[in-house]
Design a protein around this ligand. Structure first.
Ligand SMILES: [Zn+2]
Length: 269
């Protein structure tokens, strides 16, 4: 790590918080086509658990791999049981100030694309448009047939599972139904990946929020943008895999809610 890189990655050490928010505001004012990349850290304030965090689900449950889901009844039961927890939780969760602020940035005409790793659907509930949203790991808010690929709402399927403990099947074709999230070992959707890639090649600023930037290939998207030398801003509580990259112009450590809403309130023009 050279001296400049070191200073960049430790820039917050030298700036008190008001200066950090002002620096973030400067980038927001100067950008016209922002690519946002969001992760679990922006939804924890809404009561969505961070699976990988210290209290994460993966400390107590084994993830179900896609091949196992397709080949094992027990694995399908386990997956539906795991998703049932999320579904019950979704009855009460609401978007938080971070989601609302990103929607505000879209309303101000500065959003090129919002790529999220989150499957909670909260960006849609906050008012971001579907045209500018890529849910790169899918969504819990829909259920997909693994045979005919029809999407349906999840409620009836979860009610069925809750009653019978049997994984539901497609009413049309009998195929396995699966919450429309991308499982471990399952490929990302090509059209989503294409849309996100295009945005990475067109944006004039890339901002990663609440992600450790460690899950591939998703985390390669902000990096692809950063490699074009557009400003790369990272806000996350704790270390990320992109800390120390020379393209990172601003690295803020802490709850995104402490930075982004205040920076937008200072004005975007
Ligand atoms: Zn079907």
């Amino acid at each position: 790590m050279n001296v400049l890189t070191f200073i960049h990655s430790h820039i917050q050490t030298f700036f008190p918080m008001a200066d950090q928010i002002k620096a973030l505001n400067d980038y927001l004012r100067n950008a016209e086509k922002i690519l946002f990349f969001t992760g679990a850290g922006i939804s924890t304030n809404s009561g969505i658990p961070d699976y990988r965090g210290p209290q994460g689900v993966w400390k107590t449950r084994q993830p179900v791999y896609f091949d196992d889901f397709m080949n094992s009844h027990d694995a399908r039961v386990e997956y539906w049981d795991f998703k049932l927890e999320s579904w019950e939780n979704y009855k009460t969760v609401q978007p938080n100030s971070i989601h609302h602020t990103i929607a505000e940035i879209e309303n101000a005409g500065k959003l090129l694309m919002l790529v999220t790793q989150n499957v909670d659907g909260l960006h849609v509930f906050a008012g971001n448009s579907r045209e500018k949203l890529v849910e790169i790991h899918g969504t819990d808010r829909l259920v997909e047939c693994m045979a005919c690929h029809e999407f349906t709402g999840p409620d009836a399927h979860f009610e069925f599972f809750k009653k019978t403990n049997e994984p539901p099947v497609c009413a049309k074709c009998g195929g396995f139904l699966k919450p429309a999230t991308i499982s471990f070992g399952q490929s990302l959707r090509q059209d989503d990946l294409q849309k996100a890639n295009n945005a990475a090649l067109l944006c004039d600023c890339v901002i990663a929020l609440g992600s450790t930037l460690s899950v591939q290939p998703a985390a390669s998207l902000p990096r692809l943008a950063a490699q074009r030398n557009v400003p790369y801003i990272i806000i996350n509580r704790g270390a990320t895999d992109h800390d120390g990259l020379p393209q990172v112009r601003l690295r803020l450590d802490g709850d995104v809610a402490n930075f982004l809403p205040a920076a937008v309130k200072m004005g975007l023009r």
